[in-house]
Write a protein that binds this ligand. Structure first.
Ligand code: HEC
Length: 395
């Protein structure tokens, strides 16, 4: 696969901007964190799991649902974990955690999966910058990065679970729909109410069809790159009516560039971008889990008007049996920057519109293809090789 074609510069620039936008909101999140002690993994805020999570992550929202890895910003913004004080504290905390075998204090497979995932993000964020154009802008010594990564890899190794247990993790999307926390049908009278479709399934019979650009293997390559392959991203299209309607629409899309020959999307059409959690199992193999980390939706309600929604995995809600997805607020949603409502079908970046590579046809794909494609790409990455190397030398 040709990387430069798959990962268009414009999309990367856009997503980096997105990263910067979320960094700007950090002080607010920081304040919220000070006011709310983390009791995610245990009722005691002083529990080592809570303390490690609180140290590595900036909880977002009152749900402690989302989680912005502080380390993640190290690459592009503040090298938080590499600062003297933070670095020393991180080493101390991780050493103490490893020595007292705090990993054994929590047995719940969901909690173990969540902490493993959080450590993985911290691990990758300490790696080298994945985008060639940005290399060399940070000067922190590699030694510090590796010292932290070694400890994180050891801890991740201890949290690994068998593939069968990862497969049995809860379907937080299905659980949220069942709870009825959000309307399952779009209400044109109340577009401000976050709507979570009950019929969104990822199988081959679903009325939602998983799509990709004909010229790329991955459904959402720009998002995949942004998280360096730690999640599977799926773009889904759903026209009103049965699956066949969407399949026919896709089949009728022109094969090559030029804006001619496109049928407008009928009113009520919907697109989704679903992000599904991947995790390494106890054999070191990457496995898809049923956990949905994020869902973005756009609905073409009428006359090229679009309504946008975003739902994020609610850790607190998932662990306490409340709603396992939380809706991000309206003001936070800055979707129009990259998806112009009046553009109709041409607002679908997945197909290459508005991207440097341009449109080269649309295709159908499926979950298996997308999981395999993501895993294969991740396995070729430097960060994965490094994790494997450190994992193997773990006693
Ligand atoms: C910084 C630019 C950017 C912003 C802001 C953005 N997106 Fe996207 N979005 C993209 C790109 C690029 C893709 C194509 C998928 C890929 O390659 O990863 C995409 C794909 C999607 C898709 C799949 C269908 C399609 O259009 O291709 C949905 C649904 C979506 N985004 C929803 C949203 C929502 C909802 C918001 C606001 C919360 C949002 N997006 C904000 C860049 C953006």
């Amino acid at each position: 696969m040709n990387r430069s074609r798959v990962y268009p510069a414009a999309a990367i620039a856009c997503l980096v901007v997105l990263g910067m936008l979320s960094a700007e909101t950090q002080p607010k999140a920081e304040k919220a964190k000070d006011e709310t002690a983390v009791t995610l993994f245990d009722a005691d805020p002083a529990h080592p799991w809570n303390r490690l999570y609180q140290f590595l992550y900036v909880p977002i929202g009152n749900e402690i649902g989302g989680s912005e890895c502080r380390g993640a910003d190290a690459r592009r913004q503040e090298p938080f974990l590499l600062h003297n004080a933070a670095y020393d504290k991180a080493v101390r905390m991780l050493d103490a955690f490893l020595q007292s075998k705090d990993d054994e204090r929590v047995k719940d497979p969901v909690k173990r999966a969540l902490l493993q995932r959080d450590l993985w993000y911290a691990f990758d964020s300490l790696g080298e910058i994945p985008y060639p154009g940005e290399r060399g802008i940070h000067e922190e010594p590699t030694q510090r990065r590796r010292a932290l990564q070694k400890r994180l890899a050891q801890l991740m190794r201890r949290l690994e679970q068998p593939a069968s247990r990862l497969k049995a993790l809860p379907d937080n999307y299905g659980l949220t729909v069942k709870k009825g926390t959000y309307p399952a049908k779009f209400d044109a009278e109340h577009p401000e109410r976050p709507y979570l479709p009950a019929d969104l399934r990822l199988d081959d019979k679903s009325d939602w069809v998983i799509v990709r650009a004909a010229s790329t293997d991955l459904s959402a390559p720009a998002h995949n790159l942004f998280v360096e392959g730690k999640s599977v991203f799926l773009t889904l299209l759903r026209l009103p009516g049965p699956r066949k309607k969407t399949e026919d629409y896709l089949a009728d899309m022109p094969e090559d560039r030029g804006k001619k020959g496109f049928q407008p999307l009928p009113d009520g059409s919907q697109v989704a971008l679903v992000r599904r959690m991947l995790l390494p199992d106890d054999k070191g193999e990457l496995r898809p889990t049923p956990l949905i980390e994020d869902v973005r939706l756009r609905i073409f309600s009428k006359r090229r008007e679009q309504h946008a929604y975003e739902f994020t995995l609610a850790r607190g809600g998932l662990l306490s049996g409340r709603s396992a997805l939380w809706a991000r607020g309206g003001d936070e949603l800055n979707c129009k920057v990259c998806h112009k409502p009046e553009d109709g079908v041409f607002s679908l970046n997945t197909f290459g519109f508005g991207m440097t590579q341009g449109y080269h046809g649309a295709a159908r794909t499926n979950l298996t293809e997308q999981v395999n494609g993501t895993v294969n790409l991740k396995k070729q990455s430097y960060s994965w090789g490094l994790l494997q190397g450190l994992r193997e030398t773990t006693p």
